[in-house]
Design a protein around this ligand. Sequence first.
Ligand code: ZN
Length: 68
Amino acid sequence: MLFNEKYPTAKEGEVVEHGDYVLDHDADNCYVCGRLTHFFERNAGTYICSEECDEELYYMFFMNAIEK
Ligand SMILES: [Zn+2]
């Protein structure tokens, strides 16, 4: 589910309960799928648009950690 559908009432600068996301003033492309989003993941330092992309992001980070 897209974060902007899951958190339709989120205010700018507000941290939402899913992971460590904040609704940013600026929008940028989702790191995983490229969709424009205001939701910024503070741990990874990247924009992520949805729960599905969030899972994919953590999978990518997990695989990176194993390779190192
Ligand atoms: Zn995405």
